[in-house]
Design a protein around this ligand. Structure first.
Ligand SMILES: [Zn+2]
Length: 194
C-alpha cells in the first residue's frame, strides 16, 4: 500500500520514485530493508547499473499493476490475470533455499537466495501485494474520501469505517472545508429576507 501511495498526485505519475536510489530509500524508510541491506543495494547500482535500471523499470510496472489492483479490490471487481503478471515476475526472482544458521538463541531457519540480483529488492513488496490479493475482494482496502486525494489505505480500525488516508492531512482538510461550507450556507441564509 505504501508502495502504491508513492504516486500521490495524478498529474505526476513518477511520484516520489525517480531512480533506483529513490526506490532503495523507500524500502529503507518503510522498514522493508535495514540500513546495511540498503547500503548494499545502493552499491549494486555502481556494480550493475543496467541490472538496477531494469529492476527499477520492473518496479514501476509493479506499482502500476498494484494501483490497478487496489482500485479493483476497493470497487469489488475481479482482478484480471494481466495485472497479476507483474507481481509474479518479481516473485520469480525469489529463487533460493532454506538453511539453518547460527543465532543468539542457537539455530534459526533462514531463506537464502541462490544468486543476488537487483530485482530481489522488490520481492518483499510483491509478496505483500500477493498476500493482499489472496485475501480477495473483501480485503478492507479503501480510497481516501477526499476527492482530490489518490491515496489508498488498509482499514484496520475496529469499526472499519475509517475515511481518510491520514487524519492529519486529508481528515482535517475535509473537516475544515465542510465547516467553511456550512458556515457560508448559514451566512447565506441570514442574508435572505425573512
Ligand atoms: Zn487523503
Amino acid at each position: 500500500m505504501d508502495f502504491a501511495n508513492t504516486v500521490y498526485d495524478p498529474n505526476d505519475p513518477a511520484g516520489t520514485l525517480r531512480s533506483w536510489n529513490d526506490l532503495v530509500d523507500f524500502l529503507e524508510v518503510v522498514g522493508a530493508r535495514n540500513r546495511s541491506e540498503a547500503t548494499r543495494l545502493r552499491a549494486m547500482n555502481i556494480h550493475d547499473p543496467r541490472g538496477c535500471s531494469k529492476a527499477f523499470a520492473n518496479a514501476m510496472l509493479l506499482r502500476d499493476s498494484l494501483r490497478k489492483v487496489l482500485t479493483a479490490i476497493e470497487a469489488k471487481k475481479r482482478i484480471p490475470p494481466e495485472w497479476i503478471m507483474a507481481i509474479n515476475a518479481v516473485l520469480r526472482a525469489n529463487e533460493g533455499y532454506e538453511r539453518l544458521v547460527r543465532t543468539k538463541m542457537g539455530w534459526g531457519l533462514m531463506f537464502d537466495t541462490r544468486r543476488e540480483e537487483p530485482l530481489q529488492a522488490l520481492v518483499c513488496v510483491a509478496r505483500s501485494a500477493a498476500k493482499l490479493i489472496e485475501q480477495g475482494l473483501n480485503a478492507p482496502v479503501r480510497k481516501c474520501s477526499n476527492p482530490n486525494c489518490v491515496l489508498y489505505f488498509y482499514d484496520v480500525s475496529r469499526t472499519r469505517r475509517r475515511r481518510w488516508c491520514s487524519m492529519a492531512i486529508c481528515g482535517n482538510r475535509m473537516k475544515v472545508a465542510a465547516y467553511a461550507r456550512r458556515h457560508s450556507e448559514r451566512k447565506g441564509m441570514l442574508k435572505k429576507p425573512l
